[in-house]
Design a binder for this molecule. Structure first.
Ligand code: ADP
Ligand code: ADP
Length: 227
């Protein structure tokens, strides 16, 4: 489902070249639940952006659901992001001037009739426990609620993959657990693939797979059967 082969990615900063990923190969089957851990600057976000088709690579191959991400043009990447991938970020990234409902409708605004889309967005907000917050602006929601709106926005396209970059990083543990529960449900009930960057080692230990990255290389990939 997600396959990287010998991926190299560097950034130019002035005269210097920073090697963010130094030959990363990785395979995640459909329906995986994987966490990515590693110190700051080790390449986690770069890996996240590359899997999500948000960043070009210098060398190697990136496949998501049989699509060669490394070969696709911007327009096709935009389609894959829309159809296959839901993104969740540490800072929620909601549009502050739009209601919860409008934020959730956003990914499909130009692709679905507005009545259908409203109903669907309301249903997904209901699913994340925010059925009574549809018209609230983000500023009137708690951090945990804002992140649940972001999760609903990721769910609305019925993606195959959710990519989450420190989704609980700005939340207390109770609200963080609600987010993790939603991601685990997506994995268990919908058979979705979750790839989550986290600094929280407890979360990494809970996950079926833990990928550790250091200096732009994968140093371990633990898989375990959870009972
Ligand atoms: P992490 O997410 O693990 O903190 P990153 O993937 O953000 O790591 O960064 C990996 C390395 O690439 C770091 O040395 C970082 O400074 C560098 N880097 C990341 N993004 C950029 C960028 N847009 N321009 C220049 N250097 C970058
Ligand atoms: P229902 O039985 O009505 O589907 P759910 O609460 O499971 O009840 O879903 C409510 C809405 O959320 C539906 O419109 C459904 O399409 C959407 N939905 C549910 N799960 C997902 C998911 N994993 N990804 C995207 N959309 C979802």
């Amino acid at each position: 489902m997600i396959r990287l082969k010998d991926v190299v990615k560097s950034y130019k900063v002035g005269d210097n070249q920073i090697n963010a990923l130094n030959g990363v190969s990785l395979e995640l089957e459909e329906g995986s639940y994987a966490t990515i851990v590693g110190p700051s600057g080790s390449g986690k976000s770069t890996l996240f952006h590359i899997i999500g088709g948000l960043e070009e690579i210098d060398q190697g191959e990136v496949w998501v659901d049989e699509e060669p991400i490394h070969q696709l043009k911007d327009k096709e990447l935009a389609r894959i992001r829309r159809e296959q991938i839901g993104f969740v970020f540490q800072q929620f990234q909601l549009l502050p001037t739009a209601s919860a409902l409008e934020n959730v409708m956003m990914p499909l605004l130009n692709f679905t009739s507005s009545k259908t889309l409203r109903d669907k967005a309301a249903a997904v907000l209901e699913r994340v426990g925010l059925g009574d917050r549809l018209d609230h602006l983000p500023s009137r929601l708690s951090g945990g609620e804002q992140q649940r709106v972001a999760i609903a926005r990721a769910f609305i396209t019925e993606p195959k993959v959710i990519l989450a970059d420190e989704p609980t990083g700005n939340l207390d543990s109770e609200n963080g657990m609600k987010i993790i529960q939603l991601l685990e449900d997506f994995h268990q009930k919908d058979g979705g693939t979750v790839v989550m960057i986290t600094h929280d080692l407890n979360l990494a230990e809970r996950a079926e797979q833990k990928i550790s990255i250091l200096d732009g290389q994968i140093v371990s990939h633990d898989r375990r059967i959870l009972t």
